[in-house]
Design a protein around this ligand. Structure first.
Ligand code: NAD
Length: 364
C-alpha cells in the first residue's frame, strides 16, 4: 500500500478543533483510495513554547524533516497572552517564519473562492458577487520585510528606534512570477501584477523582472495594479480578478481582505509550496476569540488537506471530492457561526457537525 507521511502540527487556539476534523476527513479519503497516511503529531507554536521552552522544538524539526508533507493548524496567542513570551519566541517569529525558511516554502497559494450558489455568504451586494468569486492569490512567502534584517536600539539621545529591511533579489522574484504565470496558464490567462513601484524600489525591480519573465508566457495577459488601488478594486469588483501575484506583506494583507470578500477567513485554505517540501495551513490565525467553543469553521483546515492531496500527493480527484463535499453541505442550507445568513433560513452547525456532514457526503 502506498504510504505518505505527514507531520501534523495542530497549533493553538482553534487549531486542535479544526485539525481533528480535517484528520477525520483524511482518514476516510485514505480508506476510500487505498492510500495510507502515516500521521506524526508534533508541538508547534504557543503551546510548544509553554511546554518545551521553544515554539519550534528540535523534535518537531526532526519530525518535519522526515515527513513527506506538513499539515499545520493556525498558531498564535491573544495579544495579552503573547506578552508572556519573549518577543523572538512569539509564535510567528519563533515558529512560523523559521518553518517557512527551513523548507524554503516560497510560493503561497491562497484561493479566494465562493461559488455562485454560496454568494450569499459574501458581505458584498448580490450584484457585485453575482456568479461567485474565483481568485487565486499567489504570495511570495520567504522574502521581503518579514525576512529582512532587523535592528532595534536607542540613539545617543535616548530615542528608541527600529529598522527592518525589505530584501528581494531577481531570482526570488522570477521564481514566484513563474509560479503565477503557470497558474494563469491553467486558468483565464489574465495575471494581475500587484506592486507599489511608485514608492518602493523593490517594486521597481519586481516589475522589471516581470517584463523579463512575461515573454515566456505570451498567452497570458498581464495587468498592473498598485497595491492600494488593488484593495479598493477587490471590494468594488472582485470578479475582474483571476490570478494575482504579489510580494510577501502585500499578499498577507490582501489575502485576508479576500477572506472578507468571502464572508469569513474560515473559508480560506492555503498551500505553501517549497523547493523540496511543502506545508499546508489555513490562511487565518488561531482565533482566540472563539477557541474552545466548538464553532470554528473547519472548511479552511479541511480545504488545506485537499490542497495537500492535490499538490504534494498528486491526488486531484480526491481533493476535488473533498471541496465538493464541503460546498454541498453549505448548498444544503447548513452554515457555520462565522458566516452570514442574510435571510435567516440557514441551519447553523458546530465544527464537529459540519465535518460529520462532509463525511456523510464523502461516504454517500
Ligand atoms: P485570526 O485570523 O485568528 O482571526 C480573525 C477573525 O477571524 C476572528 O474574529 C476569528 O474568530 C475569525 N476566524 C478565523 N478563523 C476562523 C475560522 N476557521 N472559523 C471561524 N472564524 C474564524 O486573526 P487574529 O485574531 O488577528 O490573530 C490571532 C492569532 O493568530 C495571533 O496570535 C496571530 O499572530 C496569529 N496568526 C497566525 C497565523 C498562522 O498561523 N499562519 C496567521 C494569522 C494570525
Amino acid at each position: 500500500m502506498k504510504t505518505h507521511s505527514i507531520a501534523v502540527l495542530e497549533g493553538d487556539g482553534i487549531g486542535p478543533e479544526i485539525m481533528a476534523e480535517a484528520l477525520g476527513v483524511l482518514r476516510v479519503v485514505g480508506e476510500q483510495s487505498g492510500v495510507k497516511f502515516a500521521l506524526h503529531p508534533a508541538l508547534f507554536g504557543g503551546r510548544a513554547y509553554f511546554e518545551t521552552g521553544s515554539a519550534f522544538p528540535d523534535e518537531t524539526k526532526a519530525i518535519c524533516d522526515r515527513c513527506d508533507a506538513i499539515l499545520k493548524g493556525p498558531i498564535g496567542l491573544s495579544f495579552e497572552e503573547s506578552k508572556k513570551i519573549p518577543v523572538d519566541e512569539q509564535p510567528e517569529r519563533g515558529a512560523l517564519l523559521p518553518l517557512r525558511k527551513r523548507y524554503n516554502t516560497y510560493a503561497n497559494f491562497r484561493p479566494v473562492y465562493l461559488p455562485a450558489e454560496l454568494a450569499h455568504f459574501s458581505p458584498l451586494k448580490p450584484r457585485v458577487v453575482e456568479g461567485g468569486i474565483d481568485i487565486v492569490i499567489i504570495r511570495e512567502l520567504v522574502g521581503g520585510l518579514y525576512f529582512g534584517e532587523k535592528e532595534v536600539g536607542k540613539r545617543s539621545d535616548g530615542t528608541r528606534y527600529v529598522r527592518e529591511t525589505l530584501d528581494y533579489d531577481e531570482h526570488q522574484i522570477a521564481r514566484i512570477l513563474h509560479v503565477a504565470f503557470k497558474e494563469s496558464m491553467g486558468r483565464k490567462r489574465v495575471l494581475h501584477n500587484v506592486h507599489k513601484n511608485n514608492v518602493l524600489k523593490s517594486s521597481v525591480l519586481w516589475c522589471e523582472i516581470l517584463d523579463e519573465v512575461a515573454p515566456h508566457y505570451p498567452d497570458v495577459q498581464v495587468k498592473h495594479i498598485i497595491v492600494d488601488a488593488a484593495a479598493t478594486a477587490l471590494v468594488l469588483n472582485p470578479r475582474q480578478f483571476d490570478v494575482m501575484v504579489m510580494e510577501n506583506m502585500f499578499g498577507d494583507i490582501l489575502s485576508d481582505l479576500g477572506g472578507g470578500l468571502l464572508g469569513s477567513l474560515g473559508l480560506m485554505p492555503s498551500a505553501c509550496i517549497g523547493t523540496e517540501k511543502s506545508y499546508y495551513e489555513p490562511s487565518h490565525g488561531s482565533a482566540p476569540d472563539i477557541a474552545g467553543k466548538g464553532i470554528a469553521n473547519p472548511y479552511s483546515m479541511i480545504g488545506s488537506v485537499a490542497m495537500m492531496l492535490e499538490k504534494s500527493f498528486h491526488m486531484p480527484a480526491e481533493a476535488r471530492r473533498i471541496m465538493d463535499a464541503m460546498r454541498n453541505v453549505f448548498g444544503q442550507g447548513f452554515t457555520t457561526a462565522d458566516l452570514r445568513d442574510p435571510e435567516g433560513k440557514l441551519a447553523p452547525v458546530s465544527t464537529r457537525e459540519f465535518s460529520e456532514k462532509v463525511l456523510e457526503q464523502l461516504r454517500g
